[in-house]
Design a protein around this ligand. Structure first.
Ligand code: S3P
Length: 178
């Protein structure tokens, strides 16, 4: 598939923290010759603070407000690969915007994999708790229906990044009729 065939659409990666949205998105964009953006990066650039600093100083509602602005902005563009923060799906307006101009692909993973993949540096304020495992399981349960709002879901638990990208490309080839 050539990137021109997707030029009217964005490819949007949703999914829980630690499912590989940013790394997969960056590689996918390169492969398709498209521009890659990450909503968390756009938020931190706009606020000139890290995600953790925004949460610490202004709280989650402020972070979500900036996130909504950023999502509205990128949804108005074309031909992007967009990696979203794990909570973008919680806002219906975000999903309406993203779905209007994009193909939504949700990356999923088991709680065990998520815990292992997010266990390193403490940059995710929502997982900054002594009961990380319970928190991850509760959030996954609460968000299940929100993540279901996708054109395609890929369980990444037993796949490497190359295999995830292959699955995405297969799907894009099918849906763009090539
Ligand atoms: C969040 C996920 C994070 C970041 C913020 C909140 C969430 O992004 O937006 O910490 O609510 O799931 P990643 O999914 O890229 O870690």
């Amino acid at each position: 598939m050539r990137s021109e065939e997707l030029s009217g659409k964005n490819i949007v990666l949703t999914g829980f923290m630690g499912t590989g949205k940013s790394s997969v998105g960056r590689r996918l964009a390169k492969k398709l010759g498209l521009k890659f953006v990450d909503t968390d990066d756009l938020i931190t650039a706009k606020a000139r603070m890290s995600v953790k600093e925004i949460f610490d100083q202004f709280g989650e509602p402020k972070f979500r407000e900036i996130e909504r602005d950023v999502v509205a902005r990128v949804s108005g563009e074309k031909g992007l690969v967009i990696a979203t923060g794990g909570g973008v799906v919680l806002d219906e307006g975000n999903m309406d915007n993203l779905q209007r101009t994009g193909i939504i692909i949700c990356l999923t993973a088991s709680p065990e994999d998520i815990l292992a993949r997010t266990g390193g540096r403490n940059e995710r304020p929502l997982l900054n708790t002594d009961e990380r495992e319970k928190k991850v399981r509760d959030m996954l349960e609460h968000r299940r229906a929100f993540y279901a709002r996708a054109d395609l879901s890929i369980d990444t638990s037993s796949l490497n990044q190359r295999e995830v990208i292959e699955k995405i490309l297969e799907y894009l080839n099918e849906t763009t009729g090539n």
